[in-house]
Design a protein around this ligand. Structure first.
Ligand code: SF4
Ligand code: SF4
Length: 297
């Protein structure tokens, strides 16, 4: 029987789609992180896509959180992977060094993932995977081993640019903030994360969006994601299926212990920001701003 390669081992330990690409062809983001991990640019990145969606949440009429914020924060999942998968890899491949990155990464993750073959780059800037659409979190296992050692295959030529979606434009047309050409300065998701006071215009936009955290509109407009939802391609990872919270109000928030709060995606801006957003909805006159969002028809 063929000995499993590093890539096989990562796929089997994580149970999610994964693809490899030499670091030398990746676009750098925070390159100093590689030095810090003791990994040279002759090494390899194994990109993986972690599905997080439970499709029933899409049509939950009570939901007022963006779909990615319904489960616990994925950084906690990555910490679990770091504590379990990294030591296993070290045992299986003791001659090599490994490091895990997610979000805070030495390379441009979406670009590298698409060029490695995990999916295509959508016009909305998100990676679209075949099985889970863009309802994935990205991470990468980086190693000093070269591509051939990682995969057991000769190094192919990787595309200089990421493969793109078909460009139907539904995501751009649906965007309530008219975000275009990668300009996300007005993005509702960013607005709900903004500290301090919101202007009257910003407040109105958040209320129209209908969510106290994030925005799903461009994701839900995408035909790839609509297929994922229609066909019920749910995550099966317990970290994301357990302990989901689709709705947050001031009572739930104030009763939430700090430890539980810190496990949520909205914790990174502190309680004040999410509490402010909730109060916008709870203090508005009832007849204002019928929620415009979200369920795909
Ligand atoms: S998340 Fe919402 S506001 Fe931001 S780009 Fe997508 S549709 Fe526009
Ligand atoms: S909605 Fe269309 S243009 Fe936008 S990401 Fe999806 S396939 Fe691409």
């Amino acid at each position: 029987m063929k000995t499993p390669t590093m890539l096989d081992t990562v796929r089997s330990l994580l149970g999610v789609p994964a693809c490899a690409i030499p670091l030398s062809v990746c676009r750098p983001a925070k390159a100093y992180l590689l030095d810090r991990a003791g990994i040279l640019s002759s090494g390899t990145a194994i990109l993986f896509a972690v599905p997080y969606l439970v499709t029933a949440d899409v049509s939950d009429p009570q939901r007022n959180l963006s779909l990615y914020a319904v489960p616990r924060d994925y950084h906690g999942y990555m910490k679990e992977v770091e504590a379990t998968v990294l030591p296993s890899l070290g045992q299986s491949f003791p001659d090599h060094t490994f490091a895990l990155f997610a979000d805070h990464s030495p390379i441009l993750e979406v670009d590298a993932a698409a060029r490695a073959g995990l999916g295509v780059l959508g016009l909305n800037g998100l990676l679209i995977t075949p099985d889970y659409g863009s309802f994935v979190f990205l991470g990468e296992m980086v190693t000093d081993a070269d591509y051939t050692t990682v995969t057991g295959e000769p190094t192919p030529s990787f595309p200089a640019e990421p493969p793109l979606c078909e460009g139907c434009g539904a995501c751009l047309t649906a965007c309530p903030m008219e975000c275009r050409d990668g300009d996300r300065t007005r993005c509702l998701s960013a607005l709900t994360q903004k500290k301090g006071d919101l202007t009257a215009e910003e407040t109105d936009a958040v209320l129209r969006g209908g969510l106290v955290w994030g925005c799903d509109v461009c994701q839900l407009a995408c035909p790839h994601n609509r297929r994922v939802i229609r066909d019920g391609h749910d995550t099966s990872i317990p970290y994301f299926t357990d302990d989901r919270l689709t709705r947050l109000d001031s009572r739930i928030l104030s009763a939430m212990p700090d430890e539980a709060f810190s496990s949520r995606a909205y914790a990174w801006r502190g309680r004040k920001v999410i509490a402010r957003n909730i109060s916008l909805f709870e203090e508005r006159p009832q007849e204002d701003h019928p929620a415009e969002r979200r369920s795909p028809s």
